[in-house]
Ligand binder design. Sequence first.
Ligand code: HEC
Length: 145
Amino acid sequence: MLTKKQAMLFFMLGTFLFSIIFIGLTYDTVTRGIPKHTHEENMTDAVVRGRTLWDQHNCMGCHTIMGEGAYYAPELTKVYERRGPGYIKAVLMSKTPWAPRGRKMVAYGFSEEEADDLVAFLKWIGEADLNGFPPKPTFKPQSKD
Ligand code: HEC
């Protein structure tokens, strides 16, 4: 059985040790992990401008990216891979609400330059290493009987 003093020492040393480990791992994530997984070197001016447009127009009010945002409209993390730049630009530059599947996307009517910047941002996001997120849907073949 530990005495009160020993229990206190055990608590203090344990807290200190794990705080040091926690700070070390946080430092590693911020200085090495995030730049490596997001390919920070590919973050061009166009990507930054696209991100600014993304924030200014509240795209997350309807969409999710990396799982964050609202669930009204499609997840956009892998939209570049799924749809390609031509389709995305058509959606963003459309003067009428894009809605082939029923729900309406805002008709922003972006200029070609703005659409290119948003495409650059979505391409960059799509190339980030997200540890397998979002998972690819598995479509099981229907049984014949
Ligand atoms: C009012 C809600 C709303 C907002 C805000 C919104 N969208 Fe959308 N968006 C939608 C809906 C709904 C769709 C799906 C339309 C369809 O396919 O029928 C869509 C589709 C898209 C698509 C095509 C996705 C796919 O898989 O086909 C892209 C790309 C897109 N939006 C980008 C954006 C960007 C970038 C912004 C911000 C500048 C934005 N959206 C803001 C509702 C919204």
